[in-house]
Design a protein around this ligand. Structure first.
Ligand SMILES: Cc1cc2nc3c(=O)[nH]c(=O)nc-3n(C[C@H](O)[C@H](O)[C@H](O)COP(=O)(O)O)c2cc1C
Length: 202
């Protein structure tokens, strides 16, 4: 299986990168391929809401000339996508939010029998690291992710939160267990069919 991982933190050596790396190492060890995308290495502007992309029904296209479409082509070429993100003000950091908003161009004629969704049926998972707890903190981001994935017609295998993060070196067994669980779930047939979302509490 080919798995794309989007590392959505501006800190390339932070908590999110550390947990994601654990996931990637485990996934490669399990015999799968990983394509890492560090969001800060690319230019992804905010969506203009112009809806020009809707007119190009069969084309992966946006009128903005930046890296978004190049990233989306990489996602289309995979079987699964991991969205890894720190929690910023109960939500995604601006860099990650820009990419997620731009995913708007991947769905055409939503809600009709003519609907096209470029990421349809791909497996998806969310990994969040945060300084606080899951409850009343990392709840909204999981909900937003599930709804966006539903819009994209992706198959959510899980949402995973590493709470109470301080520094990458201080990440404990909980982070390792979560990374391993994600690596198991993302390739699991059972998980894909259940499409169940779960979060991990310490
Ligand atoms: C601008 C900003 C906003 C944040 N907002 C939250 C928050 O709402 N809830 C929380 O638990 N942690 C919050 N944090 C802490 C980060 O989510 C946490 O330190 C995370 O693990 C950082 O990941 P990174 O090292 O990969 O960048 C925030 C940090 C920053 C810099």
């Amino acid at each position: 299986m080919r798995v794309a991982t989007i590392m959505g933190s501006p800190r390339k050596k932070g908590n999110t990168a550390r947990v994601l790396k654990l996931f990637e190492n485990q996934t490669i060890q399990n015999g799968h391929e990983v394509d890492r995308i560090n969001i800060v290495d690319y230019e992804v502007k905010g969506c203009l809401g112009c809806q020009s992309c809707r007119k190009e029904r069969h084309k992966l296209w946006c009128r903005q000339d930046d890296d978004a479409i190049r990233i989306f082509k990489r996602l289309v070429a995979t079987d699964a996508v991991i969205y890894a993100s720190p929690l910023y003000t109960y939500s995604f950091p601006a860099q990650m939010k820009a990419l997620i908003d731009r995913q708007n161009c991947l769905v055409k004629d939503y809600g009709t029998s003519e609907c096209i969704a470029f990421l349809k049926d791909k497996r998806a998972a969310l990994l969040v690291t945060c300084g606080g707890p899951v409850e009343e903190n990392a709840d909204l981001i999981q909900e937003a992710f599930k709804r966006e994935s539903q819009y994209q017609q992706m198959n959510v295998v899980g949402t995973y939160v590493v709470p109470y993060c301080t520094t990458p070196d201080a990440l404990g067994n909980n982070a390792i267990e979560i990374a391993k669980q994600m690596a198991t779930d993302i390739v699991s047939e059972e998980q894909a069919h259940t499409a169940n979302c779960s979060s991990f509490l310490t």
